[in-house]
Unconditional design. Structure first.
Length: 329
């Protein structure tokens, strides 16, 4: 499969030490910017490591420039085959491991300093006997009233999304667990929450589409998806844009990202309005070990809405302008 129109790549400068850390990380999965936009967490699946990069997005003469000058390699009793990662705050990560469940870990203070660090586990999140987390993949963090935090977890081979409410002020005590979504899902492989909290988008690997669930309606295992995004081959990482008008999806079975437009609402079915190639054909074919692989996996949009970060095993990290991905420039 050939790449779509190439979006504008962002200049990416990194020290030799940072590039060495990227070369070592191996197979990557999800990627996430920190709330202050100063850190980028990359899930290193096979090496059982979370690679943390210090990043700065600066204004260059020809658009934004990403500068990466420091890194940290994080291991932990809470990190196994790391697939999903999200920041609860600037010092706290939620991680999801295919073989080792979900954990909340604490980052050390100070600069990354090019070090290896074994992080403490603040809480293992299991889900309870009837809502237990099984083979977790991607996850997303939601904010609730009174300072509570909800973890939305894709249970890959249990074919469902579970929600786990924790209380940071009580050591992330996990006091509520729900099977939130199940209808229409076959290996949920990526998840994103809209900025207004209205929509939950879930990549469904087995059905080769993205299901959209309306959080304003009553959710539960029998809740039907309100919308479907089609023609994504094998979708993986995905994000809403800040205005919730678009969803950008990484297609693990092609070199492309796909862009979907909300129009009058996310209900119903729709095809992408635009597809752009973020891997060249040679790089894509090197990773094409089977019909479900080779393309981009992790995807995030930085907190300023200017830059899209993309990861995969054959191209550990690349950046593109969001405007060119959307076709605005």
């Amino acid at each position: 499969m050939t790449p779509g129109l190439r979006p504008r790549e962002v200049a990416f400068t990194a020290t030799a030490a940072v590039r060495g850390a990227l070369a070592r990380v191996g197979r990557t999965e999800d990627v996430r910017f920190s709330p202050d936009n100063r850190l980028l967490a990359i899930a290193g699946f096979e090496r059982r490591v979370c690679l943390l990069l210090r990043v700065a997005i600066e204004a260059g003469s020809d658009g934004p420039v990403v500068v990466t000058d420091d890194f940290m390699e994080i291991t932990s009793d809470g990190i196994g085959e790391l697939h999903g990662v999200d920041f609860i705050d600037g010092q706290t990560l939620a991680v999801a491991n295919r073989d080792a469940g979900v954990a909340i870990i604490r980052l050390p203070p100070g600069a990354p300093a090019g070090r290896k660090h074994r992080a403490d586990v603040l809480r293992h999140v299991g889900g309870g006997p009837f809502r237990r987390i099984r083979t977790p993949g991607s996850l997303a963090i939601g904010r609730l009233p009174a300072g509570q935090v909800a973890l939305f977890v894709c249970n890959n081979y249990a074919h469902r999304v579970t929600r786990h409410v924790t209380a940071p002020r009580f050591g992330y005590l996990n006091w509520r667990n729900d099977v939130l979504l199940r209808q229409g899902l076959d290996i949920p492989d990526g998840i994103a929450l809209s900025g207004d909290g209205r929509w939950i988008a879930v990549s469904s690997h087995g059905t080769r589409d993205i299901k959209l669930y309306d959080a304003a309606a009553r959710l539960g295992p029998d809740a039907e998806p309100a919308g479907v995004l089609r023609q994504a081959n094998y979708p993986h990482g995905l994000r809403f844009t800040a205005d919730d008008r678009h969803i950008v999806v990484a297609d693990a079975a092609s070199p492309n990202l796909h862009v979907y437009d909300r129009g009058d609402g996310w209900e119903g079915g729709r095809d992408p309005v635009r597809s752009v190639g973020v891997l060249d054909e040679a790089t894509f074919l090197r990773g094409r070990h089977n019909p479900e692989e080779g393309g981009p996996k992790g995807l995030d949009i930085d907190r300023t809405g200017r830059v899209v970060a993309v990861t995969c095993e054959e191209q550990q990290l690349a950046f593109f302008t969001l405007s060119s991905v959307l076709g605005n420039a």
